[in-house]
Structures are given as structure tokens and as C-alpha cells.
Design a protein around this ligand. Structure first.
Ligand code: SF4
Ligand code: SF4
Length: 499
């Protein structure tokens, strides 16, 4: 493990002392021409970038009324100041949500309010100059768009929307982040974030079929591009190759097999994730999502099920219909889309699956609510289903479960520290520090309830926790998917055709 400054984990989450500029030195790798141009952005910073940036802000203010409202209505009450995991982990005041948003508000005041135009110093209005842009690049890439701050804001100001707008403006002037742009490029050229071509995808799925056959004696299929399948299964590409993600993929396959429901992955829509949201680009979000809608039509499926990926679920649940809908070729009896937890839990409740909980008896499980599922979407047809359904499924597959502190779960959950396009090596220092509040709550239940397994429904959370928890002396195999528990507990060959 590389050397990093790891904050001390206290008994409880504490508000840190202020450290002005504590993370000002953290720099992202800039996107290059080859990443930017194919996505329709300038290849380098444009000559008239200051005016172009202000023009783009004007454009966004006209397009998104919410942005203007968020920039206008903050009363500086301070309720959000200690709610961001990056502030709690770093003490940098620019990581207070109100202060982060002020980086844009001050520019907004300068160019779009009479007082800012004529008396900028009186209202703390700021030019969109070199120094301001540097702060934007730094601190709008220290926000994981988790929306926790908005839960505590009396006006519901969504700082994540401000971050998305800032990144959209920066892309428009040719100042992009390599990590997100490169990944989006791979989705368009190869089909998925990891750049897995079809032959490799096929190879890994055949390998998993062999693994399951060896372990269970059952011929469980992981099919690709099958026309006429009932379900199009859209998983994050990390599920095909990364650990612990693959365990969940095997869990999905066993669920379909056990219930006798035909399904298929797609080699073209081989990615549930949608980084278009992270860079704030409606057009990229639409292009990435449209691959899935087209594949659903092409394969003639009746329903679409989405795997364990937090922001993918937000895009699917909250935006698909207006982005790429209507999904009129699908069977209207089923929700569009459906989350894999909802799908599995529903089958289980209707007698379509059998679980042997004792297979998970070596585990005391807790559940981490992923931000984009908890605060930006729902699951099932009951309010709060995004909280109850994954927990119901865990309890159906395990005998031992304990929740973390109530102030750190459900809609108050803390980000893993790697969301929003920040799961990149150059930000490892931030990712470690940003995980502090979640680790504090996790260590509490490890101590008091003997928890030894952190169940997740997000590919980014899985990657972030398994890489960063060892810095806090927690083994990486403490982490796994909810469908990893399903994969262990499911009894094959019992329920086929029950529902
Ligand atoms: S959206 Fe999340 S990461 Fe961004 S400022 Fe708010 S709490 Fe921090
Ligand atoms: S809680 Fe809302 S109104 Fe209060 S300072 Fe934060 S963003 Fe502004």
C-alpha cells in the first residue's frame, strides 16, 4: 500500500478543526484532446475561456431553473457545514458544502446580479479568473455528488447539482477530468467502462459458468445477446471482472436459473454505469442510456433489470423515462426499470426462491446505503423501499444482521468517498480521508455487534471500500455485494416454475 496520511478514527464522528487549504494541493489528471474531442468538447482550454465559461453559466441558468434557485436562496445558515464527508475527513473549509457552492455563487453574483456587477467587493463577488478556475478544478472534484448536504439544508439546496454544473462549464471551456472522459470514451467505442471487448466478456462469462458448475453441479447460464429472452440484465462492467463484484454476478445468474426466468446480458449495453451524470452532461447521459433502450428493443425483452450500481440505478430510475423512453416494447406489468434486489426479493417473497441462511453464518452483516440509491431514487412501490428491500433480502439470506448508527444510514448515509467520478488513483488521499465518517460508524458496529461483513449494492462502493478499508486496518474481504450473500445462500433446483 502506498503511503498516505490516514486520519485517526475516534469513537464518534467529530467536527474537525479548520485546516485552510488542507486539500488545495490535490490535483486531478487533466483530460487530453484525445479524450475530450470525441465527446464533443474542446480539445484544450479555449482562448476566450473566461467569457466562454460565463456564457455557459448563463446557458445553464436558463436551462435549469433549479440551478438559479440554488444559487439565489442560500441564507448561509450553516446547517450543511459539517455534513460533508470530505470536510469531516479533511477540515478544509472549501469542502464545506456552502463554501464549495460559494465558489460558483460568487461568480454568479459577479456577472448576473446588479450588486455584483457594480459593487463586487461589497457582495464578495468574484471574477471568473485563473485563480477561481483553479479552485473550481480542485474543489468541484472533491465533491462526490452524494447529496447528503441537501438532506440537512432547510431550503433543499442540492450542492451536487452545482458541482455537476461546474463540471459542465469546465468541459465546455476545454478543462476536463481525464478519469471520467476516458471512461465515457470507452463506453462509446467498446461498450463498457472497463473496456472489455465482446470476446473477453464471453470468455469471462463461460469461465463463471464452469466455476458454478464445479461448485454446485448445476448448469447455470450467463448468456449474452440472446434474442427473445424475458429479461435484459444490465450490470456494471466491474461485475464481470472485479472482486468482490463477480460474486454478485454469479448471484444474479443463480436467481434467474433458480426461478426459471430467461435472461440475457448484452455485449453492446454491457455497462449499467453512466458517467454522463458525473460530468453533468445531459447529452452524454442520454447517449449512454440510449444503448440500453436500443438493446432492449433489439433483443425483444419484456423487462429490464439493473444490477448493483448506485448511480446507474439513479440514472435508470430517475432519468431513463425522460432521457430515452418511452419503453413501449416492454411488458407494462413490470416496473421499468427494476432493481435486481427488488427482483430477487419479490421472487423470494412469492416462493420462487429458497435460501439456506446457515451458509452465511460466518458473517455478521451490516448494510451501507449507497448515496444515489438512498437519496436520489426509490426501489419497489413503497416509499422507503430503497432502504427496506436490500435489508429484507439480507435478512432472508443471513441470520446475523446489525445496522450502523441511525445518523449514518438511510437518507443520512455517508458516501464511501469514491463516488461522483472520484474513484481515481490521483485522489487516493481524498478518498481515504473522505471515508472517515463511514469507517467510524462501521468500526462502532464491528466493536459492539461483531460485524464482519459490509454488504453493498454499488460497484463504486465495492471498489472504494475494498481498496481503502485496509488503510484503516479492516481487511478488504470484509466487503461484498448483497447478491454475494444471495450467491452463497441460494438453493438451486428447488423452485423452478413456482412463479
Ligand atoms: S454533495 Fe456530498 S460531497 Fe458534495 S458537498 Fe454535498 S455532502 Fe459534500
Ligand atoms: S444549509 Fe442550505 S441555506 Fe444553509 S448554508 Fe447550507 S446551503 Fe445555505
Amino acid at each position: 500500500m502506498a503511503n498516505h496520511d490516514v486520519p485517526e478514527v475516534k469513537e464518534d464522528i467529530e467536527t474537525p478543526e479548520l485546516h485552510e487549504g488542507a486539500t488545495a494541493h490535490l490535483a486531478i489528471f487533466p483530460a487530453q484532446e484525445k479524450h475530450m474531442v470525441p465527446l464533443g468538447f474542446p480539445g484544450a482550454r479555449v482562448e476566450n475561456w473566461q467569457q466562454a465559461g460565463v456564457d455557459k453559466l448563463k446557458d445553464l441558468l436558463e436551462k435549469y431553473r433549479s440551478l438559479q434557485v440554488y444559487l439565489d436562496i442560500c441564507v448561509k445558515c450553516g446547517s450543511c457545514t459539517d455534513k460533508c464527508h470530505y470536510f469531516l475527513g479533511t477540515g478544509d473549509p472549501n469542502n464545506m458544502p456552502v463554501q464549495r457552492a460559494e465558489l460558483m455563487r460568487s461568480v454568479y453574483r459577479r456577472y448576473f446580479t446588479p450588486s455584483g456587477k457594480f459593487f463586487p467587493q461589497l457582495v464578495n463577488a468574484r471574477d471568473f479568473d485563473e485563480e477561481t478556475l483553479k479552485k473550481w478544478v480542485t474543489y468541484f472534484h472533491q465533491c462526490s455528488q452524494c447529496r447528503r448536504c441537501s438532506v440537512f439544508c432547510p431550503y433543499g439546496i442540492d450542492t451536487a447539482e452545482i458541482t455537476m454544473a461546474a463540471r459542465e462549464i469546465m468541459d465546455a471551456i476545454g478543462v476536463g477530468h481525464k478519469y471520467s472522459q476516458e471512461i465515457i470514451g470507452k463506453v462509446h467505442t467498446i461498450g463498457n467502462n472497463l473496456g472489455i471487448p465482446k470476446p473477453a466478456l464471453n470468455g469471462t462469462l463461460r469461465f463463471m459458468e464452469d466455476e458454478i458448475l464445479d461448485a454446485t453441479g448445476q448448469e447455470v447460464r450467463l448468456p449474452v445477446d440472446v434474442k427473445g429472452a424475458e429479461v435484459l440484465m444490465v450490470a456494471p462492467s466491474a461485475d464481470f471482472f472485479s472482486a468482490p463484484h463477480v460474486e454478485s454476478l454469479m448471484g444474479y445468474a443463480k436467481v434467474f436459473h433458480a426461478a426459471g426466468v430467461s435472461y440475457s446480458f448484452s455485449s453492446i449495453a454491457s455497462e449499467a454505469a453512466n458517467f454522463g451524470m458525473f460530468i453533468g452532461s445531459y447529452e452524454q447521459k442520454r447517449k449512454i442510456a440510449s444503448r440500453i433502450a436500443e438493446q432492449a428493443r433489439e433483443l425483444g425483452v419484456k423487462r429490464i433489470v439493473v444490477g448493483e450500481c448506485g448511480h446507474a440505478w439513479r440514472v435508470a430510475y430517475s432519468f431513463w423515462n425522460t432521457l430515452v423512453g418511452p419503453f413501449d416494447t416492454l411488458d407494462p406489468r413490470y416496473p421499468v426499470p427494476q432493481h435486481i434486489c427488488e427482483f430477487t426479493n419479490d421472487l423470494y417473497k412469492r416462493g420462487g426462491l429458497t435460501f439456506d441462511k446457515e451458509t452465511n453464518d460466518d458473517k455478521v452483516v451490516t448494510f451501507h446505503d449507497s448515496c444515489n440509491v438512498a437519496r436520489a431514487s426509490r426501489m419497489g412501490d413503497t416509499p422507503g423501499g430503497q432502504f427496506t428491500i436490500p435489508r429484507d433480502l439480507i435478512r432472508a439470506t443471513c441470520n446475523h444482521y446489525a445496522d450502523m448508527d441511525a445518523d449514518t444510514i438511510h437518507e443520512k448515509t455517508f458516501c464511501c468517498g469514491g463516488g461522483g467520478g472520484l474513484l481515481t488513483d490521483e485522489l487516493m488521499d481524498l478518498r481515504i480521508k473522505g471515508m472517515l465518517p463511514r469507517v467510524t460508524a462501521l468500526k462502532q458496529v464491528m466493536k459492539h455487534d461483531k460485524v464482519n461483513f459490509l454488504a453493498l449494492i454499488c460497484a463504486i462502493c465495492k471498489a472504494q471500500f475494498s481498496k481503502v478499508l485496509p488503510y484503516y486496518d479492516i481487511p478488504m474481504d470484509t466487503v461484498g455485494g448483497v447478491h454475494q450473500l444471495v450467491n452463497n445462500a441460494i438453493v438451486l433446483g428447488k423452485n423452478k416454475g413456482v412463479v
